[in-house]
Design a protein around this ligand. Sequence first.
Ligand SMILES: O=C(O)c1nn[nH]c1-c1ccccc1
Ligand SMILES: [Mn+2]
Ligand SMILES: [Mn+2]
Ligand SMILES: [Mn+2]
Length: 332
Amino acid sequence: LESMAVDADYDGVRLEKEMTQEFITDMIERFKNGKKIPKKYVYQIVIAVKNISYDEATMVEMKIPDDATLTVCGDTHGQYFDLMELFRLNGLPTEKHYYLFNGDFVDRGSWSCEIALLLYAYKWLRPKSFFLNRGNHETDDMNKVYGFEGECKAKYNERTFKLFSESFSALPLATLIGSKYLVLHGGLFSDDKVTLDDIRKLNRHTQRQPGQSGLMMEMLWTDPQTEPGRGPSKRGVGMQFGPDVTKRFCDNNGLDAIIRSHEVRMEGYEEEHGGKCITVFSAPKYCDSTENKGAYINIGPDYKLDFHKFDAVPHPNIKPMAYAQNSLMSMT
Ligand SMILES: O=C(O)c1nn[nH]c1-c1ccccc1
Ligand SMILES: [Mn+2]
Ligand SMILES: [Mn+2]
Ligand SMILES: [Mn+2]
């Protein structure tokens, strides 16, 4: 990598051995103007975050310092210009303004590389105040069909996608906030006996893709339902869990609530299961079609949940899934 040359026509900020705020500020503007960064830098950023993430716990545990705020964001799905709007309204990540992105950064929207590289650059710059959970779209099967693999190949190359794929497998699966809120992309389990310790002990490195069963699959795929008990998934993968399941899990594990994403909500967020299951979704006007708002949650040292909604903003005329490979071809 060291011997790789930076593209001669690159006119942006140089990246040396460590990430800098100056590089990020410049990269944000380049991406807004439809520009790219050198492949050498893409490899450096993705490898750095793969290594950082690999060493994190499967369930990251963090507290909110007295002088800090944490913002929890849900699915962004490649909607870069809407993420810029979120940062405009709520502030960019800083040493004291922590962010947690709860999976599904990529696929669907056609600026998935830009979002993934920006979130990764912040993770590299401030690994203790910027957090990433894996979503079901940080997986090979989904990236092949829903656009990220095609976008990586179109904008960069195959090696870029392979490196992202390896980094996705390294991502934590959940983040515990102040022992009160468990944040994970999908939801709860087919087994009432699952505890936080089971999640802590889960070795995510032995299984790179979630598969069709098990704790990892359920954390990335399940959905809440209004009916008590458990029911079949509408997605064909995982299952659905009712308010009693959520209550038992929270009571057994000393939690106030779970915070999850994975589903569109018309107001961007929704408090379900008597407030013990919260959905937050941060891709407004999803796929340029659903009339939903986006939302994010600000949490201060008092651990109160402060919900904020936001609207989609105009973006360059590139449709969702613009780089998706012909899905029939990818069936081969
Ligand atoms: O692409 C999405 O909307 C999505 N976000 N999380 N899961 C999905 C999904 C899963 C299976 C099939 C289609 C979409
Ligand atoms: Mn999603
Ligand atoms: Mn999802
Ligand atoms: Mn507020």
